[in-house]
Write a protein that binds this ligand. Sequence first.
Ligand code: UN1
Length: 481
Amino acid sequence: MPTEVRSPITGDVIGSVSLASREAAAESIGRAHEAFLDWRQVPAPRRGELVRLLGEELRAHKASLAKLVTLEAGKIVSEGLGEVQEMIDICTFAAGLSRQLCGLTIASERPHHRMMETWHPLGVVGVISAFNFPVAVWSWNAALALVCGNAVVWKPSPKTPSTALATQALFERAAERFGGVPAGLSTVLVGGADLAELLADDPRVALLSATGSTAMGKALAPRVAARLGRSLLELGGNNAAIVCPSADIELTVRAVAFGAIGTAGQRCTTLRRLIVHESIHDSFVARLKKVYGAVAVGDPREESTLVGPLIDGQAFAAMQDALAAARGSEGVVTGGERVMVSGCENGYYARPALVEMPGQTDIVRRETFAPILYVMKYADFEEAIALHNDVPQGLSSSVFTRDMQEAERFLSAAGSDCGIANVNLGTSGAEIGGAFGGEKETGGGRESGSDAWRNYMRRATNTINFGNDLPLAQGVRFDIE
Ligand code: UN1
């Protein structure tokens, strides 16, 4: 069944793609499982070679894939390129990692015994990704999953299927150059929630890695759990920054602008709450208002544009609802109105909104996937941290300060409760080298760098006896003679 693809830039239909039926999806999972059975026996560094080749294809086609990201997700040119760069970076990382999938060697309490850990491939990895990072999120999962010896079945957002199909085509080129890649090692299934549920329910999907809203995670995770499968969740954020009296104001303004306005507020790491010390609050807000009033909203293909469109009319309506709720709780809203862009009249463009809030009301505690920044005041640093943590989500966070004590307190066990905590930089735009993800309703998953690869493997503990006796652990005696 074909479905229309629209560009958020103009709201126009730019193509159509076929939706995968449930039967076809189940068949793809089956083929992926068959592919896994072969792929797991290919030496990991050789698997890394496939991912290195994928990185080469991405490098060669960076500009055109980025253009497609711009067209389909509405990202500005530089952010579209940045998204593909993240893909290239994770391929480089994963190719190196393919020679470092190592476990521990552990001292045994028994004489002439040795213990060690071996990491084995896991199985089929299901990847569900969102419209806002239509291809990078797949690559964080797929690059690691593939070097770890797994097969990948990808259900991209139905709002951005073309970028997924283009990425799959690049994968196939890399596979062809590699030679002998088992059929079905990586597949794309275009479809909606029914296919996500199918991936969640199928016991052949060893790991389901899902990126998107908390509501989506809450719907899928229990299904995976019901079959005692594994899930890796990267869900909603409600990221905040604390701006302290000693902060470098110019640096902070730039960081806040990129964090809150960049990607039209449609990153899971977007800065959504700002907690500013009362002594600098008014001057800081005045400075921000100037930026908000001047920032270029428009066609993301134009070099001067910094804020492109929202993904669709629904996103714009959700933004307006949130602003109405904020006004209803005595919030003072600057911006937030629709911007009509010539030639793009059916696109939904909005001026980013700055909302001065008297406190952290219900609407502030919710994630609205739009460029809305709620600003609140604080007097005492501990109070700021409490406010910071008093939301259901726990993805990314920042403190802006030159005071070492404040910085360290923010990073300490009693500080930010997020998976990402930064000092003097924004909440968004993380590098692939670190583990990416967050706590609480963000879902607890970690993707991308550091040791996130372990999510994509199963651990075996091995004990080897190289002696002639059979000593038992814990000194247990069991003499049968
Ligand atoms: C997302 O929005 O789903 O840290 C991920 C960032 C990007 C990833 C965002 N590297 O903003």
